[in-house]
Design a protein around this ligand. Structure first.
Ligand code: NDP
Length: 487
């Protein structure tokens, strides 16, 4: 059987590999191969480096405002092609159309718009010192690598390329082999907008291709999104030539529901933070701590809404709000975690099994699952599951819940639901997490820096500070006085 082919995108166009090696991409909602992708072999890898170096020379020499103008064109193209791109994301990831249509492309375009707008605002400083003076220049790093996860493939490619390109760098991007197409589409759009060839190349393949990027001596920085364990390996490889790293890793984030919270809103936050994108979101609040006085009310509304409002099925159906998990293997892993939860004594309040919706019977679905009678030490309360599995835990007082919420080596996100203004801020300030919400969950606008504490990451994406992570400071000291020397 012959399938459509996706090639690596190098130097402004798709490029054929020399080895002929390919891998399959499967639609998680149908269990069918939808296209094949050529692996980035040595021929492609060398071409990617050569073209990125040439692209960098041209791009970094342009005025920031010219780069901004071009990137703004890319933003317009992304928005024009929203539906076509959203459909690609649905077919590659299995997520619902109703999410992809208004989130994935939109938030990717927003990040490029934000950093394009920042590009001309980058300035150095100047200071007089004893009659001499120095000034600083903010210079691009060179060729950077981006390595992405499969849950938000196009958005991740945009979030990484936006600050990198705005600052004048070139980027070689490797999407997850499970969701490779969005990055190629972005590369095409950059070219159409006028970004020079080689400034954004896309290479395809599994861990070996990622490893090649992280060890290559001519790559100056790696921005990685993925699991904590992979992140550690990437940092080790990156140490070979002391590459700069940004790490966006996993989490086991807490949501704290206090007894003065608006309970309907708290249920909305818990459901958004566990069932959106069928639970495959890094910031998910998989540990929901509910204060004892409102536990019954919270559970009753949570179970009712989970029962009534979740529609699993063909992700392209606009009514569907729960899609398929990324792969059969991942579905199995999530089901194994659910089994462990049962074995370790937690109670399945709802869900706890695979789903076979009539409109997508072959898809890798897992029912939205809520565990009660949980203990902080259970596997389901300690490890990232990355599926629609929520653990509800009961607490009595503020200090107790802060300690329990922080009792994890990860620190990506946290949320507090409370109508008490002082309490909400007081508690959030004590939570060890980089991305926090009060009476909200999951919103992540381009203006807001995001990244993890502890094992959840290094550096930040989005927000003002992210552009500085793609710039280095050159100090230039200018002697205005006669140079004195003892020699
Ligand atoms: P992985 O860590 O398995 O993979 C991430 C990327 O790294 C993929 O492109 C993968 O390639 C590549 N890769 C694998 N091994 C290596 C290696 N040794 N060297 C270099 N690259 C390598 O993560 P998943 O794709 O499974 O994504 C899910 C994880 O991502 C979750 O833990 C989630 O929390 C995290 N995540 C974090 C986010 C954040 O912003 N903090 C956002 C989104 C997800 P391939 O897939 O082709 O094998």
């Amino acid at each position: 059987m012959s399938y459509p082919r996706l090639q690596n995108f190098i130097d402004g166009a798709p490029m054929a590999n020399a080895s002929g090696d390919v891998f399959d991409v499967i639609n998680p909602a149908t269990d069918e191969v939808i296209y094949q992708v050529e692996v980035a072999d040595e021929h492609i890898q060398q071409a990617a480096i050569d073209s990125a170096k040439a692209g960098f020379a041209q791009w970094s020499a342009m005025q920031p405002i010219e780069r901004a103008r071009i990137l703004h064109k890319a933003v317009a193209l992304l928005r024009e092609r929203n539906d076509e791109l959203a459909k690609i994301e649905v077919l590659d990831t299995g997520k619902p159309w109703q999410e992809a249509e208004c989130v994935d492309v939109v938030t990717g375009a927003d990040a490029i718009e934000y950093f394009a707008s920042l590009a001309p605002t980058v300035v150095g400083q100047q200071q007089e010192v004893a009659g001499d003076f120095y000034y600083t220049r903010k210079e691009a790093l060179g060729v950077c690598a981006g390595i992405g996860a499969w849950n938000y493939p196009l958005q991740i490619a945009c979030w990484k390329s936006a600050p990198a390109l705005a600052a004048g760098n070139a980027m070689i991007f490797k999407p997850s082999e499970e969701t490779p197409k969005g990055a190629n589409m972005l590369a095409e759009i950059f070219i159409e907008a006028g970004v020079p060839a080689g400034v954004f190349n896309v290479v395809h393949g599994a861990a070996e291709v990622g490893q090649w990027l992280t060890t290559h001596s001519e790559i100056e920085k790696v921005s990685f999104t993925g699991e904590v364990g992979t992140g550690k390996k990437v940092m080790q490889s990156a140490a070979s030539n002391l590459k700069d790293v940004t790490m966006e890793l996993g989490g086991k984030s807490p949501l704290l529901v206090f007894d003065d919270a608006d309970i309907s809103e708290a249920v909305s936050a818990a459901m958004l933070g566990n069932f959106y994108t069928q639970g495959e979101v890094c910031t998910n609040c998989t540990r929901v701590f509910v204060q004892r006085g409102v536990y019954e009310q919270f559970m009753s509304e949570l179970l009712e809404r989970t029962q009534k409002n979740i529609i699993a099925g063909d992700p392209l159906d606009p009514e569907v709000n729960l899609g398929a998990l990324i792969s059969k293997k991942h579905q199995q892993l999530v089901l194994e975690y659910i089994d462990k939860g049962k074995q370790e004594g937690a109670t399945v309040a709802i869900g706890g099994h695979a789903l076979t919706p009539t409109s997508a019977p072959q898809g890798y679905f897992v029912a939205p699952t809520v565990f009660t009678d949980c203990d902080d030490n259970m596997t389901i309360c300690r490890e990232e599951i990355f599926g629609p599995v929520m653990s509800v835990l009961v607490f009595d007082d503020e200090q107790e819940v802060i300690e329990r919420a922080n009792n994890t080596p990860m620190g990506l996100a946290a949320g507090v639901m409370s109508q008490d203004l002082r309490r909400a801020h007081r508690v959030i300030h004590q939570l060890e997490a980089g991305i926090c919400w009060i009476n909200a969950y999951g919103a992540s606008p381009a203006e807001m820096p995001v990244g993890g504490y502890k094992l959840s990451g290094i550096g930040r994406e989005n927000g003002l500070e992210a552009i500085n992570q793609y710039l280095q400071t050159k100090s230039v000291y200018v002697g205005m006085n006669q140079l004195e020397s003892p020699f």
